[in-house]
Write a protein that binds this ligand. Structure first.
Ligand SMILES: Nc1ncnc2c1ncn2[C@@H]1O[C@H](COP(=O)(O)OP(=O)(O)OP(=O)(O)O)[C@@H](O)[C@H]1O
Length: 260
């Protein structure tokens, strides 16, 4: 079988260099030769199994028009691959964090918190836009996500990275919006401080069970030691929410804005 990566997709998108890769797809920089603008193309080798890329395309179409959602411009088959053409975005929060000596300023953290307060995300899956959108966060990678769909707000709820996995997630409990907020707050604290109490130097070797113990035994005071009190207020508010209760995003945003 010919697995050669195509030079062009749909006769109009010319493939360039690789910009990233994940578990099921490789992402290329590409150029629309008719409009002369840049796009991103995800290629997934066609197999007998169901296509994650097709699933991702279906989700993106359902989310189309939502803020922070890149547009899916085309999906189809090109030689031995499924191809998904997307808006081209910039680096991920993870990349930016690494290139900023693993700490963001309070201003950046508040700005991100403000944009992401109603989303559940992981650092690798938040990409900033390009040129005039470089301060706007976009969420990518809906291929294999556990999805929670809210037609009113178009919020996406994804499972998180081990570093930020929630206590309820460790316990296998269904996650609600309350949990998303807890996760976001852990992430903001991580971005501000460069670490979290349970991220010891060998945290990657720790079992899920010992990370869970760390989390359960870490009080909000310890977690928020040395950072503005608003972060503790957000966590206390989050923990006080009932599972199905709608968070008061206005209240949360006003706490974040207080930090400015
Ligand atoms: N629209 C885009 N513009 C620019 N770069 C992108 C875009 N989409 C993805 N990337 C880059 O490609 C990488 C892999 O993309 P993505 O996470 O969507 O792939 P995946 O195979 O679905 O991965 P996963 O293993 O997380 O499921 C991203 O981390 C990012 O660096």
């Amino acid at each position: 079988m010919n697995h050669k990566v195509p030079i062009q997709v749909d006769g109009r998108f010319r493939l360039g260099h690789v910009v990233g890769s994940g578990s099921y797809a490789v992402v290329y920089h590409a150029r629309n030769i008719i409009k002369d603008d840049a796009v991103a193309i995800k290629l997934e080798l066609i197999t007998n199994q169901s296509s994650s890329l097709q699933h991702e395309y279906a989700i993106l179409k359902r989310l189309e028009g939502g803020i922070r959602i890149p547009r899916a411009l085309w999906f189809g088959r090109e030689s031995a691959y499924h191809a998904l053409v997307l808006d081209l975005l910039g680096p991920s929060l993870h990349d930016l964090f690494l290139s900023h000596n693993q700490k963001f300023s309070l201003h950046t953290v508040v700005n991100l918190g403000d944009q992401l307060v109603s989303c559940d995300i992981k650092l690798q899956n938040v990409l900033v836009g390009l040129s005039h959108l470089k301060h706007t966060a976009f969420i990518i990678d809906f291929g294999v996500t556990k999805e929670y769909w809210d037609t009113a707000t178009k919020n996406q709820h994804l499972t998180g990275t081990p570093a930020f996995t929630l206590i309820n997630n460790h316990l296998g409990v269904d996650l609600g919006r309350r949990d998303d907020l807890e996760l976001l707050t852990y992430m903001l604290i991580y971005l501000l401080c460069g670490s979290l109490p349970w991220l010891t130097s060998d945290h990657e070797k720790l079992s899920s069970c010992s990370i869970l113990k760390w989390k359960v035994n870490t009080t909000i005071e310890v977690l928020c030691d040395g950072i503005p009190v608003e972060f503790a207020s957000i966590l206390i508010y989050t923990c006080s929410l009932a599972f199905s209760e709608d968070p008061d995003y206005g209240h949360l945003r006003s706490l974040l804005h207080g930090l400015r």
